[in-house]
Design a protein. Structure first.
Length: 279
C-alpha cells in the first residue's frame, strides 16, 4: 500500500544508530620518561609549528581576521528551517480533516493524530512497513476517524515538502509501492488485489493517484472481507491523501468518501497563504 491503514498505530521511527564510540583516553604521561631524545623533541616542535601554520592559513582563507567581509562570503546566512517547518505544520493542521468533516456519525479513532506520520514502504518480500520521513519533509500529519454504525474507518493525511521535486519523488515512490506486490502483509494482516485504480476527477491537482485493494486478514488474525480506497493528490510541494476502508459491499460509499475528503482538503489548502507562497 502507499499509505498507512487507519486500523492501528503505525510503527515508530527507526532508531538512529548511536555515534562513534569515543576514542581511547590520552596517555596520562605519568609513565613517560622525564627525558627524551633530541630527535623526539625536534619532531614535536616541528609538528607544533606545522599546526600553527595551518591554523593561520585557515583563519586568513575564511576571513576570520576581522577585516572586510570575507566571513560573510564564505558562510551565507542559513535558511530558517524552524520557521519553514512551523509554517508547513500550520498548513497541515488546518488542512487535515476532523471527524465532522467526514460527515455525521464520525468520531476520533485511536490514535487520532499521528504527528509526524511516517512513510509507507513495501519491502521486496511484499511486507508492508514504515520508515521515517525523508529529508525535505517539513510536515507530515495524519488524522484517523471511524463511523460506528457502518464500521467505515478513514484517514486524512497532509505532507508538506521543502520543494516540488521532493514531493514528486514521494508520489513516484508511493506509486512504486502500489505496483510492487499485489499481495502484501504486515504481521498477521493480509491484503490482496492491490492495484492502481482510476483516480477521482478533481481539478487543481498537478498529479492524482488512486489505489484499491482488499484486506482479507485483520491484525488479530481473523478473516475479513474489507475493501480499501486511497486517493492521493499533489499540488506543488503538498501531498494530500484520503484513505477509507470498510466492508466490500460498501464499495460505492467508500469511493465517495475518499473523493469528497480529498476535495475538501484541497479546498482548504487553496485557502492557506503559506501553501500558496510555497507553490
Amino acid at each position: 500500500m502507499s499509505s498507512q491503514p487507519p486500523t492501528g498505530p503505525p510503527s515508530g521511527p527507526v532508531p538512529r544508530p548511536s555515534g562513534p564510540a569515543p576514542g581511547p583516553p590520552p596517555p596520562s604521561g605519568s609513565g613517560a620518561p622525564r627525558g627524551g631524545s633530541r630527535r623526539k623533541r625536534a619532531l614535536i616542535a616541528g609538528a607544533a609549528a606545522a599546526v600553527l601554520v595551518l591554523v593561520v592559513v585557515l583563519v586568513v582563507s575564511l576571513g576570520g581576521d576581522g577585516d572586510g567581509d570575507g566571513g560573510r562570503a564564505v558562510s551565507p546566512a542559513p535558511t530558517d528551517t524552524k520557521a519553514a517547518e512551523a509554517a508547513a505544520h500550520a498548513v497541515a493542521t488546518r488542512v487535515a480533516l476532523a471527524p465532522p468533516d467526514w460527515g455525521p456519525g464520525f468520531a476520533q479513532h485511536k490514535p487520532y493524530e499521528v504527528d509526524p506520520a511516517p512513510e509507507s514502504l513495501v519491502r521486496e518480500n511484499c511486507e508492508f512497513a514504515s520508515r521515517p520521513s525523508r529529508i525535505g519533509t517539513l510536515a507530515s500529519l495524519q488524522r484517523n476517524v471511524t463511523e460506528a454504525s457502518s464500521g467505515i474507518a478513514g484517514t486524512s493525511e497532509v505532507k508538506v515538502f521543502a520543494d516540488e521535486a521532493t514531493a514528486k519523488q514521494y508520489l513516484a515512490d508511493a506509486r512504486d509501492n502500489i505496483h510492487r506486490c499485489p499481495d502484501q502483509f504486515r504481521g498477521k494482516e493480509r491484503w490482496n488485489a492491490v492495484r492502481e485504480a482510476s483516480p477521482p476527477q478533481l481539478p487543481g491537482f498537478d498529479e492524482l493517484v488512486s489505489e484499491e485493494g482488499r484486506q482479507v486478514v485483520s491484525a488479530n488474525g481473523a478473516k475479513v472481507n474489507d475493501l480499501y480506497v486511497i486517493a492521493t493528490g499533489r499540488d506543488g510541494r503538498n501531498i494530500l491523501s484520503a484513505y477509507v476502508v470498510g466492508k466490500a459491499d460498501l464499495d460505492a460509499q467508500l469511493q465517495r468518501y475518499a473523493t469528497d475528503s480529498l476535495r475538501k482538503m484541497h479546498e482548504r489548502l487553496e485557502q492557506q497563504p503559506e501553501a500558496a507562497a510555497g507553490r
